[in-house]
Design a binder for this molecule. Sequence first.
Ligand code: PRX
Length: 631
Amino acid sequence: MVPENIDLVPPSRSVVEQASVPDPEALGERAGQDPLAFWAAEAAELEWSEPWEQVLDDSAAPFFTWFPGGRTNIVRNAVDRHLAGPRKNKLALIWVSEDGKETRTYSFHALNRQVTQMANVLKAMGVGKGDIVTIYLPRIPEIWFAMLACAKIGAVHSVVFGGYSADALRDRIDASESKLVITADGSWINGSVFPMKDVIDEAIRFSPTVENLVVVRRTGSEVTMDPLRDHWYGDLTSLPIAKGPCPTEPMAAEDPLFLLYTSGSTGQPKAIVHAHGGYQVGTYATTKYVFDIRDEDRYWCTADPGWVTGHSYGLYGPLLNGATSFMFEGGPTFPYPNRWWSLIEYYGISIFYTAPTAIRSLMRFGKAWPNRHDLSSLRLLGSVGEPINPEAWHWFHEVIGGGECPIMDTWWQTETGMFQICPQPVMPLKPGSAGRPFYGQEVAVLDEQGNEVPTGAEGMLVLKHPWPAMFRGLYHDDQRYIDTYWSKYPGYYLTGDSARIDEDGYVWIVGRADDVIKVSGHRIGTAEVEAAMDSHPDVVEAAVVGLPHEVKGQSIHAYAVLRPGANGSQELAEAIRLHVAQHLSPIAKPDGIDFVESLPKTRSGKIMRRVLKAQALGEDVGDLSTMDTEA
Ligand code: PRX
């Protein structure tokens, strides 16, 4: 929504005085006139072993290629290039364990040593250029080493979030045909062990491709090791194979860097593909400009490396800028709701990037918790994943940021790889709006027919120009790439979000306009949850919708048609919820389940989720002319 009389929050004096880019309007105008010159200048700040022949080749659009002819490797720019200068002994990573008893720090020199060691191990196990390695690890430094080690030798990483269950993991490993998986014995979640190794054992028991499983010791829990398949990482590193240098493989700019599975509105999750060259330029530039990151900063992105935020702005963006990052194994409220605030104080965090759902949940505990801590090291805050409501925005701004820190509400997607709509530090902010398109980008809000809607009206958000960190497609599925993103409005990228643009050009994201639900910022496809429910023996058919939720943004509400004779009891509802948690992920568990006789469908048999949603919200169900049955 575009609220009436929205307050405009000007940048504080200190932000203006210190700004690296005091006039983003002017830079934006120059970039707008010649986006390719802007991107070429950004790319030139990084190292390439061979220069590119062209900045953008759009001759086969929507299959765009960026910096064709150029050779580089993101690790060369994220790690190697810092080793030659004064950053060599600077901290790249500070890590703290969930119980707070362990701290591990890595300078760029030490990070390089660790990455090289893991890269040597991977190579010795037969991993080469173009091979896809699945990584299923907790929030520990080894997840960074593993991702960087893959990139260094030209392998493609496919990180699966550590909270996914065996079925979801199996689907992702099978689809990417990984021969090697890197995991841990377990992970810590609020003082308990989550048995990652057991989950992976189940996921790969019948895998036709996995030959080796590398297991990092984390929890010390007892696990079963398959002598032919499983290897303790700690044992491998003491072998001669792990020793010695490992060259960083020069890659073609368009060579794939990673796959990341994300949910779509239909069917199986799709594997988003990102490439070395453009991705490094996009994440480097956006981190530099939007977070105004500097050598003296201590930067904390709370996102798990298993999500795109953890890839672009946890790992790569900050390292490309030579920044010091902080990684915390645990969550915000364990053992008390001041956990994050105490870490910000203790480690002197200056840039803090998190999600609205976390802010809202911490807000509920009251400001006494943050007020016990000196948070004055903070100078810039960030938000991502879903719209931030003005109330949470103001709390974040006042209580955490002391009224001084600008909030960068960054809109982007797994597909975009980098920010597309975001403020700049010195820009006046409108709480609840993600600001304006990033340099070189333009957006539009369209109606069904493809016409731009009037200022302030809601419609489908599209991006008008290609950008360097754009995904290069869906793994093995060119047609779905074209159909999902480029067909509805030819020439424009369809975001799947609904939005409004106000008279100042600020964009207000309303939310997903497709069958994707955003639960606590996590992207969940209705089809995946429904498939998990359908696999319960008592469920004949299921439908799920997203309903507004005060803390989570949206919650999942489900409808199930039961097999004849099944008793629609509270216990069964609980059992189905648990089934979804076990087969997909606890984050996908429906909050509530209604048992119904039938589901409303179109004549062609598609479930009409909008009817279910409208009914749940007590709203007008709208046009039912294509409907087949009553709910
Ligand atoms: O609906 C938008 C929402 O998150 C979606 C992308 O989800 P995912 O690929 O998981 O990436 C999340 C992290 C980049 C978008 O289509 N979204 C993301 N950031 C914002 C947002 N909605 C509103 N405001 C944001 N800042």
